[in-house]
Design a protein around this ligand. Structure first.
Ligand SMILES: Cc1cc2nc3c(=O)[nH]c(=O)nc-3n(C[C@H](O)[C@H](O)[C@H](O)COP(=O)(O)OP(=O)(O)OC[C@H]3O[C@@H](n4cnc5c(N)ncnc54)[C@H](O)[C@@H]3O)c2cc1C
Ligand SMILES: NC(=O)c1ccc[n+]([C@@H]2O[C@H](COP(=O)([O-])OP(=O)(O)OC[C@H]3O[C@@H](n4cnc5c(N)ncnc54)[C@H](O)[C@@H]3O)[C@@H](O)[C@H]2O)c1
Length: 494
């Protein structure tokens, strides 16, 4: 058995969260070992946010060009997937090569190990034959993988996950999408706009079921207008593949397609991490953390596996907290003062995955000297990048009522706003505000429509800072913007 090698910190999983933590701790002068079994940067830059948003950008350009006919003359649109596939290879993923990201980490002074890391007792991580003993702590950032439902026959078919959908070079004629959540809807609309016949099969009664019912309705209407068939409340009983086509068998009838994309949620694989060696229950769905991302003594977690929201901005937000807390911990261990002079923030995108780290570092929270920030998810924003975009923050109406809040709701239809009316085709959307009438503040909001994710920013500030509604009502909203509809929704609160 190899003697453990003593280092300051070991980071297992260099996805969005782990890469940020490892890089910043290395920059701060700690000896950091970063372990990644696949690609440094994780899901977001290679098979998630970035390539999917490139696909959406292209699909939206087609849709906007088609709107010329209603607004500005005549346009003939001939979709071609080749430039999209090329851009994903050349600009986003370096054809799924993480050399730039690895170099960026080692350039910061980190030590990179390719392999699967696993806890091996308190303070210890094993990767292959190597064992590291972490002086200050271990950070787990191992993310999630697709959760594949136990539908009869499915496992024996060559179904797609988001990986194959992002890597596709030649589009199929038809596509079945199992799951009408964020990934399913975004990709369904993209492929439909490129001419693929798409059917979405969703088990719940509505698509995008975690958001407001009005958001589900808006998304479904928009996708149907793009030719997508949406079947909700469908429990797939069996899946078969005859060598050419897939069939999803359900009580209401069968549906077929050339390809089947399974996007039915994500799952953390805690059982692979050796958590039992530090007395943490590995049978949980996610790894619970406290407000400083502690799992147990000397172990922190960051990103999707914490179950606080599977979003890159959550991973980056948590990473800033972990960095501050680990540095604080290491200073204390060396007998130094409490949290003072935390690591400086370095952006500087120089390669594929840095598009995430670089951009987010610049906006990430750092600890003020003397304090370690604590996680607060009250104003968690999320945006589903369909067209129209569906942005939301904080609580939905139902969540607020379930918490016993004295709820007021303010609603306005974007099409009747000045900007919506001017915009005309492609103007569907709304603002919905959820207020705590007793406190006089907003606790949640949805902003759906053209640039709905951008309009959301004002509402995120309102919820995050608990800006009194009386003040929001007496702000000046520029005319004629989409965000001016917030004023109408505030007026409608009742
Ligand atoms: C199609 C798609 C679109 C998305 N779009 C958006 C979006 O627009 N906006 C947004 O905010 N979020 C989006 N997301 C979610 C976003 O990608 C994730 O929230 C983010 O990647 C989470 O980062 P993470 O570091 O927690 O995990 P991951 O990015 O999953 O990284 C975890 C890493 O750990 C590695 N690993 C796992 N186990 C081990 C081990 N034992 N040893 C070593 N390495 C290990 C994995 O190989 C992986 O590289 C999207 C996701 C998908 C799939
Ligand atoms: N724009 C973004 O920020 C963005 C985009 C994509 C993904 N993401 C993140 O990635 C996560 C995973 O996305 P996702 O779409 O896979 O998950 P999801 O949880 O958002 O949606 C999964 C959907 O699949 C349905 N489903 C589950 N089992 C099913 C079955 N057997 N048959 C049919 N439908 C079934 C669920 O009811 C749900 O509607 C999201 O939660 C989100 O946090 C974010």
């Amino acid at each position: 058995m190899t003697d453990p090698e003593l280092v300051d910190v070991v980071v297992v999983g260099l996805g969005v969260g782990g890469e940020e933590v490892a890089g910043r701790l290395a920059e701060a002068g700690l000896t950091v070992v970063g372990i990644e079994r696949d690609l440094v940067g994780g899901e977001c830059p290679y098979w998630g946010c970035i390539p999917s948003k490139m696909m959406i950008r292209a699909a939206n350009a087609l849709a906007e060009a088609r709107r010329v006919n209603e607004l500005a003359g005549a346009a003939q649109v001939q979709p071609d997937w080749a430039p999209v596939a090329k851009r994903i290879r050349e600009e986003a993923t370096d054809t799924w090569d993480d050399k730039a990201a690895v170099d960026r980490f080692t350039g910061k002074g980190g030590r990179f190990v390719r392999g699967s890391g696993r806890l091996d007792g308190p303070g210890r991580v094993r990767v292959g034959d190597q064992v590291f003993q972490a002086r200050y702590g271990i950070v787990l950032g191992t993310g999630t993988r697709p959760s594949i439902p136990p539908i009869d026959g499915l496992a024996d078919t060559p179904y797609w996950t988001n990986h194959q959908a992002i890597e596709v070079e030649e589009l199929p004629e038809s596509l079945l999408v199992l799951g009408g959540g964020a990934i399913g809807l975004e990709l369904a609309q993209v492929f439909a706009r490129f001419g693929v016949r798409v059917t979405v099969v969703e088990a719940a009664e509505r698509v995008l079921a975690i958001e407001e019912p009005e958001s589900s309705e808006l998304a479904a209407t928009a996708l149907r207008a793009d030719g997508v068939i949406i079947s909700t409340g469908v429990k797939a009983e069996r899946v078969s593949h005859d060598g050419q086509r897939f069939t999803v068998h359900a009580a209401g009838g069968d549906v077929t397609g050339d390809r089947l994309l399974v996007v039915t949620g994500r799952r953390a694989h805690l059982d692979e991490l050796g958590l039992e060696t530090v007395h943490v229950d590995a049978a949980q769905r996610y790894l619970p953390v406290d407000e400083r991302m502690h799992v147990t003594d000397g172990v922190w977690a960051v990103g999707d596996l914490t179950g606080e929201g599977a979003f890159t901005h959550i991973a980056m937000y948590q990473a800033a907290i972990v960095v501050a807390d680990v540095l604080d911990h290491s200073r204390r261990a060396r007998g130094g003062p409490d949290a003072s002079g935390t690591a400086s923030v370095v952006g500087g995108a120089t390669g594929v995955a840095s598009a995430v780290g670089g951009a987010m570092s610049a906006g990430g929270s750092t600890a003020a000297p003397g304090s370690v920030p604590r996680a607060d998810y009250r104003a968690l924003p999320r945006v589903t990048f369909t067209d129209p975009e569906i942005g939301a923050v904080g609580l939905t109406e139902q969540q607020a009522r379930e918490r016993g809040i004295n709820v007021q709701v303010g609603w306005t239809d974007l099409t009747s706003s000045s900007r919506g009316w001017i915009h005309k085709t492609g103007n569907a959307g709304f603002i919905k505000l959820i207020a705590d009438a007793d406190q006089g503040v907003l606790v949640g909001a949805t902003s759906a429509g053209p640039a709905g994710g951008e309009v959301l920013s004002a509402l995120v500030v309102a919820v995050h800072a608990a800006v009194p509604i009386s003040q929001l009502r007496h702000m000046i909203y520029a005319y004629p913007t989409f965000h001016r509809a917030i004023e109408d929704a505030l007026r409608a609160l009742k």
